[in-house]
Structure formats: structure tokens, C-alpha cells
Write a protein that binds this ligand. Structure first.
Ligand code: CO
Length: 151
């Protein structure tokens, strides 16, 4: 089973590089290993740097639908934003309120290298934005909004 790096491991800040070789058998092995550990840890998203890979890959499973995104890029974001508590497998047991656009359009490639487009909203949009942040070395604590406690 792949090991999940925990904050403040420096590798989580590393920028990733794009996947070019879609014929490499290591790619399939990495992606299935990521899916496996994500499910075992009851996560709904995982990015390659969290398992010590510097490739631009993330996976998610929302509403029981698995998603594999290779070289993902956010193409557009809705103006409407929402604040919601986010967890992260690199911050076990912690939750942070983060404001994000409610809808995004993403371009990526699938495991075979084919171009895919994803229109996501709600929880899936949030998870994918969180995971794509990981690929740029951005962590949930960088996005967390400070909110005042009610007295
Ligand atoms: Co995370």
C-alpha cells in the first residue's frame, strides 16, 4: 500500500510535472495504487504528491464515481463561491473552512492519454479544486479562511 505523506513534509510543496508517457506501465500502477489507498483511508480525493510522486495526477471518488485526472487544468470557474469545511489525508482528523467557486470546468487526460473535459459542481468541484491545488504545491491551510467565532 502506498504511504500518504503528512504535513509538514516538504514534498507536499513540490510542483509536479506533466505526464508525457502514457504507455508507461508505472502510470497505471501508480493510479491504481492511489485509488486503493484513497479508498482504504476513506478519502474522496488524492493527489500524486501525497504519495511521493511528482507527476501531475489526481484521483477522486465522489458519489461512488471514480475520477482519474492526468495533467488537469482548470479552464473556468463560476463567479459564485461557497465556504465549506475541507479535510485532507495529509492533515488527518482536521478540517478547514475554504471558500471556492461552486462550479468549474476542467481539461485533463485519461489513463490512455485521451483528452477529457469535466464540468463539475458541488462536492466534486470542491474536491477536484483541492486536488489540483496539491499539484501546484498549494495546501488546504493556504486557502483556509479565518472566521470569527460567534460569542
Ligand atoms: Co488534500
Amino acid at each position: 500500500m502506498l504511504k500518504i505523506l503528512k504535513y509538514p513534509n516538504d514534498f507536499l510543496r513540490k510542483k509536479t510535472r506533466e505526464v508525457n508517457d502514457f504507455k508507461d506501465s508505472k502510470l497505471t500502477r501508480l493510479v491504481s495504487g492511489m485509488m486503493k489507498v484513497m479508498e482504504a483511508e476513506k478519502g474522496i480525493g488524492l493527489a500524486a504528491p501525497q504519495v511521493s510522486s511528482d507527476l501531475r495526477i489526481c484521483v477522486a471518488k465522489v458519489d461512488n464515481v471514480p475520477h482519474i485526472l492526468i495533467n488537469p487544468k482548470i479552464k473556468s470557474k463560476s463567479r459564485k463561491k461557497e465556504i465549506f469545511e475541507e479535510g485532507c489525508l495529509s492533515f488527518p482528523g482536521k478540517f478547514f473552512p475554504v471558500e471556492r467557486p461552486v462550479k468549474v470546468k476542467i481539461k485533463a487526460r485519461d489513463l490512455s492519454g485521451k483528452k477529457i473535459k469535466i464540468k463539475a459542481e458541488g462536492l466534486l468541484a470542491r474536491v477536484l479544486q483541492h486536488e489540483i491545488d496539491h499539484l501546484d504545491g498549494i495546501l488546504v491551510i493556504d486557502r483556509a479562511v479565518k472566521y470569527e467565532e460567534k460569542k
